[in-house]
Write a protein that binds this ligand. Structure first.
Ligand code: 6R9
Length: 647
């Protein structure tokens, strides 16, 4: 099948940091001589003490370990702030756009950001936070979230950001897992005109977390929230008393930088741990090359800091590269579906990086909302979080970008720290829906289920053959789980959990998760987590959750629920279960469909045959495969006859 090809525009080929020839040459060099390549690339960082050892990495059990630049020392906040003061102290570092366009934006220069970070770092120290201590950040998209991250990095504390859309329960679990004693939050969050009771959520979570002795509360909406004497501190008042000087700690390259919890196919979310040196090099390098970034350009990544994209491409990557980074508190369709593009015009955004789910939602509202804005400042568009379907790609390219902006479709994961497979705008001809080619130092490979390497065109399980600097180092508190999860499915390789097709040009087409992880609006969710929330309900006996195609979310959540014997399932219970899951996990886990089922398809040994449920979820019931090994094949007929449809 011939794919449409969008060649690199001439202007990009001429002026870009990396052209096609440069990409091919440097990618080959990065694999042929990784030590030489990374020794040079790491020069982008101001090291306090230079490293002598580039890497000590092995994916094999006998000598398993991942260490980069290990005897070097540095401070990431100094690389994001102090190094810019002499040359761009008065340049805006963070350009903040509030939820409600009637409220004023905020422009924070590098000098101001440096001062705020120092003050906040001193406050953390005063509360007893030091090197290696974990700080839980439960903040909405306000500049203080970036201040808090950088302040942790400055003093060597390890931040763990919990998305401000998560429930008290999810928050409590993450506080407990990393044993943090301190939580940062606001009185309320604000999204699409709706208030989110963040401080109240923290209070509820902390009934389970007695070890937390400090909550720093930023007054954001000004709602008066109750403060617990001795535990809760008013952010502004406490910061005002701090010195504006705070020397950055000298951190080892392999000292922990942050933990970010992410869903896997089994059990509770994993605390993905990233360390300082390799992550800094990776976030900075990928941000610069993927976006062809030049210091001072107005750049907007629309991700929330609660996800890895917000870590690497709202805060760390851009600030290390001297960017003016836009931080948006709101949502794409408030007050109306023009909002993204109005903000682009207001600030003169040159580079916009967003998620396919938002594009699909906006596409449905019609082109007029886009066309009434100018967007003439835009030069480059990016996509992240899930596969972008060709329709959404075409709309992004033709309508939003008016055919003049390349789209970088960036494939990566929380675990990878930064972009792994992506076009470079001056180097790579585009094919809609393909993340195209690997970043420097990345060697993607396809394996079939028994581990045989697939050469040339084909489809299989996507693995990465060798380490890269931004790779996660461990699962917080469970190194064995790290090894088990990523390095045992295919011995000697990092297993991504994604399926992938490679075409005759060597382009990569991510086909989606091949484990029990679903991707809802670009958010990763383990089906097991939703199942365990459902079975925690007193009326539920058993639950199985699968993904289903969803026009806007990419995947929706389809839950099969078996109730306890005495329960008569009805619509009221369906609504109750939906509320229950929202409360247990958060609104992003809201089931789209709940099918009550007297029984689930099980093998004779009692294992749920998820393959069949997935097929029903996909509404692809023509070929359910072999059902003869089921304990009771009639269960399937009942499920098929009663499949609900999306409203
Ligand atoms: C950065 C981020 C990771 C999973 C990943 C894959 C999916 C991300 C993608 C993509 C196709 C892309 N994914 N980017 N699939 N094309 N450009 O999203 O991290 O939240 O950990 O999710 O998202 O399935 O494995 P994370």
């Amino acid at each position: 099948m011939a794919q449409p090809l969008y060649p690199v525009p001439e202007a990009w080929a001429e002026g870009a940091l990396i052209d096609a020839e440069g990409y091919a040459r440097r990618h080959a060099a990065s694999l042929a001589d990784p030590d030489g390549f990374w020794r040079e690339e790491a020069g982008r960082i101001d090291w306090i003490k230079p490293f002598t050892q580039v890497r000590t990495t092995s994916f094999h059990e006998a000598d398993f370990g991942i260490r980069w630049f290990e005897d070097g020392t540095l401070n990431l906040s100094a690389n994001a702030l102090d190094r810019h003061l002499a040359t761009r102290g008065d340049q805006v570092a963070i350009l903040w756009e509030p939820d409600d366009p009637a409220n004023p934006e905020r422009r924070i220069t590098y000098r101001e950001l440096h001062e705020q970070v120092c003050r906040f770092a001193n406050l953390l120290k005063q509360r007893g936070v030091g090197r290696g201590d974990r700080v839980t950040i439960y903040l909405p998209m306000v500049p203080e979230a970036a201040v808090a991250m950088l302040a942790c990095a400055r003093i060597g504390a390890v931040h763990s950001i919990v998305f401000a859309g998560f429930s008290p329960d999810a928050l409590a679990g993450r506080i407990e897992d990393c044993e943090s004693r301190i939580v940062l939050t606001t009185d309320e969050g604000l999204r699409g005109g709706k208030k989110v009771p963040l401080k109240a959520n923290v209070d509820e979570a902390l009934t389970r977390c007695p070890a937390v002795d400090t909550v720093i509360v930023l007054a954001h909406t000004g709602a008066g929230v109750p403060m617990v004497e001795g535990r809760d501190i008013d952010w502004a008042a406490a910061v005002a008393r701090q010195s504006a000087e705070c020397a950055p700690e000298e951190m080892g390259a392999e000292d922990p930088l942050f933990i970010l919890y992410t869903s896997g196919s089994t059990g509770k979310p994993k605390g993905v741990l990233h360390t300082t040196g390799g992550y800094s090099v990776w976030a900075s390098m990928t941000h610069q090359y993927v976006f062809d970034y030049r210091p001072g350009q107005i750049y907007w990544c629309a991700a929330d800091i609660g996800w890895v994209t917000g870590h690497s491409y709202v805060v760390y990557g851009p600030l290390m590269n001297g960017a003016t980074t836009v931080m948006f508190e709101g949502v794409p369709n408030f007050p109306d579906p023009s909002r993204f593009w109005q903000v682009v015009d207001k600030f003169g955004v040159e580079i916009f990086y967003g998620a396919p789910t938002a594009l699909r939602a906006l596409m449905r509202e019609g082109d007029e909302w886009v066309k009434k804005t100018s967007r003439k400042s835009l030069r480059l568009l990016g996509s992240v979080g899930e596969p972008i379907n060709p329709e959404a790609w075409a709309w992004y390219y033709d309508v939003v970008g008016e055919g003049r902006c390349p789209i970088v479709d960036t494939w990566w994961q929380t675990e990878t720290g930064g972009v792994m497979i992506s076009p470079l705008p001056g180097a790579t001809d585009l094919k809609p829906g393909s993340a195209t080619l690997p970043m420097f130092g990345v060697k993607p490979m396809l394996l079939d289920n028994d581990g045989t390497v697939i050469e040339g065109p084909g489809e299989g399980c996507l693995v990465i053959a060798d380490s890269w600097p931004g790779q996660m180092r461990t699962v917080w508190g469970d190194h064995e789980r790290f090894f088990q999860t990523y390095f045992t499915t295919f011995k000697g390789y990092y297993f991504t959990g994604d399926g992938c097709r490679r075409d005759a040009d060597g382009y990569h087409w991510i086909t989606g998760r091949i484990d029990d992880v679903i991707n809802v609006s670009g958010h990763r969710m383990g089906t097991a987590e939703i199942e365990s929330a459902l079975v925690a309900h007193p009326k539920v006996a058993e639950a199985a959750v699968v993904g289903m195609p969803h026009e806007i979310k990419g995947q929706g959540i389809y839950a099969f629920v078996t109730c306890n014997a005495e329960v008569e399932p009805d619509d009221a219970l369906r609504k109750e279960l939906i509320q229950w899951v929202r409360h247990e996990i958060g609104p992003i886990a809201t089931p789209d469909l709940i099918q009550f089922a007297p029984g689930l398809p099980k093998t004779r040994s009692g294992k749920i045959m998820r393959r069949i449920l997935r097929k029903i979820g996909e509404n692809d019931t023509s070929n359910l495969g072999d059902t003869s090994t089921l304990a009771d094949p009639s269960v399937v007929d009942h499920l098929l006859a009663n499949r609900p449809q999306l409203a």
